[in-house]
Write a protein that binds this ligand. Sequence first.
Ligand code: DAH
Length: 340
Amino acid sequence: MNNVEEIVKQASEKIKTANSVESLESVKTEYLGKNGEITKLLKSMSDYSVEEKKKIGALLNSAKKEIDEEIIKRKGFLSSSEIEEKMKKEKIDFSSAFSFNFPKGHFHPISQTIEDISAIFKSLGFETAQGPEIETDWYNFEALNHPADHPARDIQDTFYLEGMKNLLRTHTSPGQIHVMENQQPPIKVIVPGRVYRNEASDASHSSTFHQIEGLSVDKNITFIDLKSALTLYARNFFGNDLETRFRPSYFPFTEPSAEMDVQCFFCKGKGCGVCKGTGWIEILGCGMVHHNVLKAVKYDSEKYTGFAFGIGVERIAMLKYGLDDIRLFYENDLRFLKQF
Ligand code: DAH
């Protein structure tokens, strides 16, 4: 029995060097099979006393267990590498099947425009967030400081869902409320998305379109921050050589409010059909976040200020690509889409 340890050592050596599941099986037979080394020793136990049998039995059984476990482990390793080897050999080369020029797709011009605008704001430190398209009156109107009788709440302009409890968002501005409810300043975020209005479609109107909302809230944010961020955006998107200007305007959720114009890039400000002779093209609405909006999300309006803006994506894309009918974006006519 002194050589049990030696036998286990030998077996272990053979298991380690076995390099196929098949050769591993023969190692198993050699030690644990009917006439295997360990089996033989177990059979010879009848020659010993009860006391000795107990001791030797335990010794042999643990030797058997050890060899068995090593075999199982090695088998697992070998079979997975055998499969790997097999897969390598059986790999099918498809490259010749696609040797012709497979047609490549591309982004829809609206997606591409959202992508281009987002990339500029990303470079200015804005993160991107998403909001739901189905909203409640609170997010779409109330928290955004719309008075109860505001015309936008009218059923004529808003798609209310059954029961009038929910509605399809009419702008991406409710995204501002979601962001502020979920995080504390500093905030610098854009919210691109699809919006809905209950209106008949024509060359310049569609009941479904896209906007990109922007919001920046922190201590000491001023109109200078608004102007510099939006001017950098306009220069990047429309070109460095074009002038920009801000005109006073009105939105319920900003005070003061403004609209931003860029010099007409078709006539460079001289006046043409696209800018209706004015030399300027309106590109977005913006303003300083109204203190009632900050109050609605329980921000301390003494401590924080912010600016917001909203960009109409279709409008920008139509200007950029020189299109005169918004409906082209939604018809999915390949003759149109392939031009981008
Ligand atoms: N929500 C406005 C609209 O749909 C656009 C807008 C204007 C968004 C001014 C803003 C803003 O954040 O400051 O017409």
